[in-house]
Ligand binder design. Structure first.
Ligand code: OAD
Length: 270
């Protein structure tokens, strides 16, 4: 255990992968009826999906992820942005859920009321066994027409990207001819109202609120942690690095999702 100032208690699970989980965390989790977990890109990192703060590689090394994920970028260069999302969709398609995704699904089976909220646009939680996932930032495999809003079915095989710059013209709507856009929430856009309302409600009712694999930099998703704290929940963060939430959560488990989450389950319910 690393003693830390104030009320935050930090355990370092980085150097010694099998460091036991703080027994107080296990006891708190075991006793809880209502548990919420908010996940971010870090949960899929060990499945090979780059996070938004990682330096991009290959075709995309000249671009910042956050600069491509905006309505302005799509307006200015639709083929560039569509090509980038198709490249990410192909990466998700090839990826497999990791032990962190599976541990979250296993936790759901042990807690009477469990809510999984994710900022991730991949389907690795679902493929890892989770049901009823609240996707705050949309889903990469569910594009829609930007004019009439009708969902657009994508071919199951991945399209060919330009070998030189990764660009790909977006398809057009079969119903109205409008341009198809990725089914994700871009910076500056509102969150989908139904999952956002359910996420706020769950955060306010939670007894334990886990925040895992997110930098807690992007609002309003990050504000869910503050809502849970204001409601008196015990907050537990799982992340190998410092985040915006470090000073406000109650417990920090310093390690990766695929290492710490399975151990948290094992130590809590063994
Ligand atoms: P970020 O890319 O901002 O942060 C990823 C977090 O994961 C960082 O805090 C890393 O330290 C942590 N991390 C890395 N590897 C990890 C691992 N193996 N296990 C656990 N944690 C790990 O991702 P998000 O916080 O999800 O939004 O970003 C939030 C939103 O900003 C995204 O949904 C996206 C993005 O721009 C939109 O596109 C609207």
């Amino acid at each position: 255990m690393i003693p830390t100032a104030g009320r935050v208690r930090e355990t370092d699970n980085m150097r010694a992968a099998m460091t036991p989980i703080d027994p107080e965390i296990c006891a708190t989790l075991r006793a809880a009826t209502r548990v919420v977990i908010l996940t971010g890109a870090g949960v899929s990192a060990e499945s090979g999906i780059p996070t938004f703060r990682d330096k991009q590689t290959g075709l995309w090394e000249r671009f910042e992820a956050a600069e491509l994920a905006t309505p302005r970028a799509f307006e200015r260069d639709p083929a560039l942005v569509w090509g980038w999302y198709e490249w990410r969709r192909a990466a998700v398609f090839r990826a497999q859920p990791n032990a962190g995704h599976r541990a979250i699904a296993a936790m759901a089976a042990r807690v009477p009321e469990f809510t999984l909220i994710t900022q991730n646009v991949d389907d690795l939680h679902e493929r890892g066994g989770s049901r009823d996932v609240l996707h705050l930032h949309g889903e990469i495999a569910s594009p829609r027409c930007e004019v009439c809003g009708i969902p657009h079915a994508l071919p199951s095989e991945m399209p060919e990207l330009s070998p030189t710059d990764g660009r790909l013209e977006p398809p057009h709507c079969e119903s109205c001819g409008g341009r198809i856009r990725p089914g994700v929430v871009w910076f500056g856009e509102s969150l989908p109202s139904a999952p956002w309302a359910r996420a706020r409600e769950a955060a306010r009712r939670s007894e334990v609120f886990l925040v895992c694999g997110t930098s807690s930099l992007v609002q309003p998703a990050a504000s869910l942690t503050d809502m849970a704290i204001a409601a008196g929940a015990a907050t537990i963060q799982v992340n190998p690095h410092r985040t915006e939430a470090d000073d406000s959560v109650r417990f920090i488990l310093r390690g990766t999702a695929a290492t710490v989450l399975p151990q948290l389950i094992a130590d809590t319910w063994s």
